[in-house]
Design a protein around this ligand. Structure first.
Ligand code: ATP
Ligand code: MG
Length: 568
């Protein structure tokens, strides 16, 4: 038996290379033994499941080793940013189960300090104003094997640079006419060192600072310093920033000393099959009305997944399963779906709903009689109890659950055959009524009163069990059946075609007039509550579901393609 102390150190063992680095730094007493991470979203779109991977790391590692995690909005580009996104980001992080307490910060809070630092670097001859266009600057960058060309403005005096920079910020020059660049090395093998841009002019008002500023810092000039100002010890980000790290360190060194210096660590980003993770593309889908909004249940956004009925735990379990490495990978969406099914199986309330109803009349059941049968809310969790459902002479079953001329292994309802109606009785089919075109309008059955659930007669063996609802008590509802957003596995890799052409045109099917049990009249408005429509799949009430018009989103069908993939 492990002692309590051993157990707690076991829980705290590093599980991946990032945690290992953090752990080692803590053991070595770096930064006075402090641990402070941050999650730094740019409020230019809603968070997606890739961000969830970053959130689980940033908040998770802090939680695990007794540190704190800041939420910092990286709001350095007023052209693309909006408060709508700020609010959505907050909601999504909370939904995932993380909290930043009072540590909510904005890169824009540091604009004064960053501006002062820029002025200092100018005075020290480490930065200059370049009057060239961004195209000219890009042309002079060189290639990784060829050095770049120095700007003709590179050797302006500090006085002139300072004057120009101040006038840039005073609004004297139009957007794009001048930039402030760091004077580092146009021949550096690291392209990011070739006099990177520190500031650009933007005249669009900022959602927090209004028109106070006309110059805005670039990511590379803002991020490391913001980390430093906040006391962040471990700045964890994705692999594409690895090449930026020397520059991160270059600027941070202008501020930091021996006693404290933030450290950047990179891990592989999450990429998922059959979807895209680029905020730019997701924004395009929203703007062009190709989806119903950022929280369209087909979107890989956290708000979309939530509306679709995914649980926070399933998202976190999925992130745990894929792990953190130094290698880019494409993760199977089937693994995410598997994690969702696993969690929903544990938490979903079992109910009956008939998607494609056909009427069944129990001819030997007294007209007008109603009895209540008891259904388990969740056989996986007996503490969730039961609920009652009415049984009567007229019921609905799925049209597909009846066949007039069934093949051999059809274990559902057929003429002269018997099935069990889940939770109620065994019934036998005695005939059908058809319309003029030969379509079945009604199915006639008799029931065996001895076989009611709970009575000894219910032990009788029959092959099939069907779900059903009582016709006079059933409630009409709409079901929205979602499928994958894209029809190809890796849309980002299809560079020949516009990504919008790769959308799955069958990603949403709306089924009107499904019949649900009366229990859902009451609970079918609880958006996000997980239900299992027995034998059909997992569903949750949509945000727009009302007592007058119940709407259910299919979270996921019952069958699991990931398990099948694994068994192959
Ligand atoms: P943009 O192109 O707008 O910069 P972004 O996806 O990088 O988009 P940010 O808001 O800058 O968005 O991201 C915030 C944090 O989330 C960053 O630390 C980033 O590394 C991380 N992140 C973004 N996408 C993913 C992903 N697919 N997997 C893991 N982490 C991600
Ligand atoms: Mg980014």
């Amino acid at each position: 038996m492990a002692t309590e102390e051993e157990k707690s150190t076991q829980d705290n063992r590093p599980l991946n290379f990032v945690e290992q680095i953090v752990w080692d730094d803590l053991q070595a007493g770096k930064n006075g033994g402090r641990l402070n991470t941050r999650f730094p979203p740019e409020p230019n779109g809603y968070l997606h499941i890739g961000h969830a991977k970053a959130i689980c790391m940033d908040f998770g590692v802090a939680e695990k080793f007794g540190g704190t995690c800041n939420l910092r909005f990286d709001d350095t580009n007023p052209v693309k940013e909006d408060v709508e996104y700020v609010d959505a980001i907050r909601d999504d992080i909370h939904w995932l189960g993380f909290d930043w307490g009072d540590r909510e910060y904005y890169a824009s809070d540091y604009f004064p300090k960053l501006y002062d630092l820029a002025c200092r670097l100018i005075r020290e001859g480490k930065a200059y104003v370049d009057d060239q266009t961004s195209e000219q600057i890009a042309e002079q960058k060189g290639t990784p094997t060829e050095p770049g060309k120095e700007s003709p403005y590179r050797n302006r005096t500090p006085e002139e640079n300072l004057d120009l920079f101040q006038r840039m910020n005073a609004g004297e020059f139009p957007d794009g006419s001048r930039v402030l660049r760091a004077k580092i090395d146009m021949a550096s093998p690291n392209m990011h060192f070739r006099d990177p841009i520190m500031y650009r002019i933007i005249s669009t008002p900022h959602h927090r600072t209004g028109t106070t500023w006309r110059v805005y810092p670039m990511y590379d000039f803002a991020h490391g310093q913001s980390d430093y100002f906040e006391g962040v010890t471990h700045s964890i980000c994705t692999l594409e920033f690895e090449v930026h790290r020397p520059l991160y360190e270059y600027f941070v060194k202008e501020l930091a000393d021996e006693s404290y210096c933030p450290r950047q660590i990179e891990f592989n980003r999450l990429n998922l099959t059959y979807t895209v993770m680029s905020k730019r593309k997701l924004l395009q889908l929203v703007k062009e009305g190709l989806v119903a909004g950022w929280d369209d249940p087909r979107m890989p956004t956290i708000s979309g997944l939530r509306r679709r009925g995914f649980t926070p735990r399933s998202v976190r379990n999925f992130v745990d399963k894929i792990g953190y490495t130094k290698y880019e990978a494409l993760n199977s969406i089937a693994l995410l779906e598997h994690a969702v099914r696993e969690d929903l199986n544990a938490v979903a309330t079992r109910v009956m709903a008939v998607m494609n109803p056909v009427k069944v009349v129990i001819t030997n059941y007294p007209e007008g009689q109603v009895e209540m049968v008891e259904l388990e809310n969740n056989p996986e969790d007996p503490t969730t109890g039961t609920h009652q459902m009415p049984f009567s002479r007229e019921l609905y079953i799925e049209r597909e659950d009846f066949m007039e001329n069934p093949p051999k292994k059809f274990f559902r309802l057929a003429p002269d055959g018997e099935v069990r109606l889940k939770g109620a009785y065994i019934v036998k089919c005695t005939g059908v009524k058809k319309d003029a075109d030969g379509n079945i309008e009604e199915i006639y059955c008799t029931y065996d009163p001895e076989t009611r659930s709970g009575l000894p007669g219910s032990m009788r063996k029959v092959k099939g069990t069907l779900h059903w609802v009582s016709a006079p008590h059933a409630v009409d509802a709409t079901a929205r059946l979602y499928d994958r957003l894209f029809s190809v596995e890796n849309p980002a890799a299809e560079t020949e075609r516009d990504f919008r052409e790769l959308l799955n045109t069958d990603s949403l099917k709306v089924v009107e007039g499904i019949k649900v049990e009366p229990f859902l009249a009451e609970h079918g408005v609880e958006a996000g509550r997980p239900f299992q429509f027995q034998r059909i799949g997992y569903f949750t009430p949509d945000l727009d579901s009302t007592p007058q018009h119940l709407i259910f989103n299919r979270t996921i069908a019952l069958k699991d393609s990931w398990e099948k993939e694994q068994k192959k």
